[in-house]
Structure formats: structure tokens, C-alpha cells
Design a protein around this ligand. Structure first.
Ligand SMILES: *Cc1c(COP(=O)(O)O)cnc(C)c1O
Length: 355
């Protein structure tokens, strides 16, 4: 259903902007939204009535399938403004393609490229004043789709709503992040929905993460569900390990989300001549490296925080502290990536796309 019908987007502008009520220096991630949103409904087998309209709550029937059977997917991407006030997206095709992969896995209709991309571009243009320049500043973009069809009948909905909402963000420091390595709970399983950006994956993580929080850890490092011996993801981020001077990250699989930041960091590491190996990393290797002092860094990678350094991990009730190092690879890669994203450094990879 990747038809490319050209739909003209109706634009209904808000009467007044809320922008002057926003304290851009003190944004808390993902909690402020711009004046408008993009919406398109799937009905009678087709996507129809694409519209940009004022950001506002909307009505949904209590029997909408999303509330009962969890057909809900999303994406997370960012737009950046350069010194000339031009607005750039970072590898938007990756997010678009992944969104439709998630849709297929959740038995939802794919969104045509012109609806996704034109909706996104026009929405960003309309609310571009909300995008601030400078390193770390960005517009976090949240495209999502929910099942709106009526009836508590356990089969896929015949109606869906696709929306894009925008939230201005600034760089943030997550504080010290200590992680617990999962020994019982799993984020994903073979044959499951771990590779889809499905809302339910997050819901399933909340309880084990709460347990970890209660024991003094900020996040969980997920391991493979069958044996809990392989390191897979850190919270909702892909994860990298540095042992001596080599970086390691797991190959993507049915259980691991194919992160855009992950694949970007792999390419950046290669271009910076940093040794990188993509292979399953065992918990036992990590413990061994921590014990003999060769474990230098662990960091998570994802669009929201870009790179989030981890200060130590716990496994089988033993806590292993990581060394505090200057010139970390995490910082080196983060600097390089955010410079490319914010157009402060030449993008030789062709990753940035002007709207
Ligand atoms: C979104 C997400 C990531 C990171 O993906 P990016 O494309 O880099 O933002 C990693 N793991 C999980 C589980 C995710 O949901």
C-alpha cells in the first residue's frame, strides 16, 4: 500500500502562537509542543484528508482498537536549524522506512512517502520559528500511528490515524547513569516485536526499569531472552562497549531495534579510524574486561540523547565501576555527530537533507 497518490494538504492555522510562553533555555525533553500538528486518517482502505491544524486534544471512541489491542507505532527524529536559518533533517528516509516496517509487523497500513514527507516538511516550515539554532538545539519530531477503528474485536482495525507532532528540545545531560544487566526480564524475544518501534515494547520495559530504579539504577541493559548471556540494548537505546581501543556493538536482529544513531556511529567510527566490531558481546566478556581493567566505556546511542555515557553496571549483585576517562570515544563521536547534524561541520556522508 505504498501508493503515491498526491494529496494536497489542507492548512488550518492557529489563531495565536504559544511561542512566547515557552522558556527555550529550560526545556524539559518532549513536554512542550509547537502550534500545529499534521494528521491523516486511513478509512475505507485509503489515506485521506491530510491536514495541518492547531495542536489540540482530539476525540476517540472508547472502543478504539489502540486502547484494547495496542496497535500503536511511532518514530523519533530531529530537525536542526543552521546559521542561515535553513532547516535540515537527518537521514529522514531511515525513519520513514522503519516506520513502515513497524506498521507491517503490527498489521497496520503503510503510510505513503508523500504523505509522511510532505506532511513533515510543511509542518516544519509552518512552525520553523520554534526551531532554535546552535549546538544541541533541535526540533524533536514524533510521527505516530494508532488504530482508531471501533469495536472490542480482537483483529486488526480498519481505521487508523497518522499524526506528526513537534517538540523543541535542547541538549541534556542525563546525570550519572548506572545500569543493571537483565538476568530475568526481557525487552524482546525472537519472533516478537522488538525490531518494531511499537508502543507496547516501551510499556513492557517500564516495570523492570522501575525495579531497577528502586535499586538505584537508572536503566537496564537488556540481554537475549533465551540465555541472558548476550548484551543487546541499554534501555531504549542501542549500546556500545569499548574494550581497550576497540568498540563493540551487537548486530541488529529480531530483538534489537535498527537504530539510525547506531548505524551512523558505526560509519563515523570507521571514518575516524576507530576499531569497531559488530558482533554479539557476552555478559561474561564485559565482566572479565571490567575485572582486568580493559573495559573503558559503555554508552547508549539514540536520537533523543544522541550518546549517553554509562558510569557502571551491576551483574549478579556485583557492581562494576567504569574508569573516569578524558577524551572518551563517546565524547569524540558525539561531538562529530552533533556538528554534522547542526551543520557546524561539513556533511561528507550526505546524511543531512534540507527541507
Ligand atoms: C528508537 C530506539 C532506539 C534508537 O534508534 P534511533 O534511530 O537511533 O533513534 C534504540 N532502541 C530502541 C528500543 C528504540 O526504540
Amino acid at each position: 500500500m505504498s501508493a503515491t497518490q498526491t494529496n494536497k494538504i489542507e492548512i488550518i492555522k492557529s489563531a495565536a502562537s504559544k511561542i512566547n510562553e515557552v522558556d527555550f533555555a529550560n526545556l524539559s525533553f518532549g513536554s512542550v509542543f509547537t502550534d500545529h500538528l499534521f494528521e491523516c486518517d486511513f478509512k475505507n482502505g485509503e489515506w485521506q484528508n491530510p491536514v495541518i491544524k492547531p495542536y489540540a486534544p482530539f476525540l476517540c471512541d472508547p472502543s478504539s482498537r489502540v486502547f484494547h489491542y495496542g496497535q500503536a507505532i511511532f518514530e523519533g527524529m530531529k530537525a536542526y536549524k543552521d546559521t542561515n536559518d535553513d532547516v535540515w533533517l537527518f537521514r529522514p528516509d531511515e525513519n520513514y522506512n522503519r516506520f513502515n516496517k513497524s506498521a507491517v509487523r503490527m498489521a497496520m497500513p503503510e503510510v505513503p512517502e508523500d504523505i509522511f514527507m510532505n506532511g513533515l516538511n510543511q509542518l516544519l516550515k509552518l512552525d520553523q520559528e520554534w526551531i532554535k539554532k546552535g549546538k544541541g538545539n533541535a526540533m524533536y519530531i514524533r510521527p505516530f500511528m494508532i488504530a482508531t477503528g471501533h469495536g472490542v474485536i480482537a483483529n486488526p482495525s480498519d481505521e487508523y490515524k497518522f499524526m506528526i507532532i513537534l517538540s523543541p528540545v535542547t541538549s541534556y545531560y542525563a546525570g550519572e547513569v548506572k545500569v543493571l544487566i537483565a538476568e530475568h526480564y526481557s525487552r524482546a524475544a525472537n519472533g516478537g516485536i522488538g525490531a518494531a518501534k511499537a508502543a507496547g515494547n516501551y510499556a513492557a520495559q517500564f516495570y523492570p526499569t522501575q525495579l531497577a530504579n528502586n535499586s538505584g539504577f537508572q536503566q537496564v541493559i537488556w540481554t537475549d531472552d533465551a540465555t541472558h548471556t548476550k548484551l543487546e540494548e541499554a534501555g531504549t537505546m542501542n549500546v556500545f562497549f569499548r574494550i581497550n581501543d576497540t568498540l563493540f556493538t551487537a548486530p541488529v536482529s529480531e530483538r534489537i531495534l535498527d537504530g539510525v544513531t547506531r548505524k551512523t556511529l558505526i560509519d563515523l567510527a570507521k571514518s575516524e579510524n576507530i576499531d569497531i566490531e559488530i558482533r554479539p558481546v557476552l555478559v561474561s566478556e564485559l565482566v572479565e574486561a571490567a575485572k582486568n581493567g580493559t573495559l573503558k566505556e559503555i554508552f547508549g546511542a539514540g536520537t533523543a540523547a544522541v550518546i549517553s555515557a554509562i558510569s557502571g553496571f551491576s551483574y549478579q549483585d556485583v557492581y562494576y565501576d567504569l574508569p573516569k576517562i578524558e577524551n572518551s570515544v563517546a565524547n569524540q563521536l558525539k561531538e562529530k555527530l552533533t556538528n554534522i547534524q547542526n551543520k557546524l561541520e561539513e556533511d561528507t556522508f550526505g546524511w543531512t537533507v534540507k527541507i
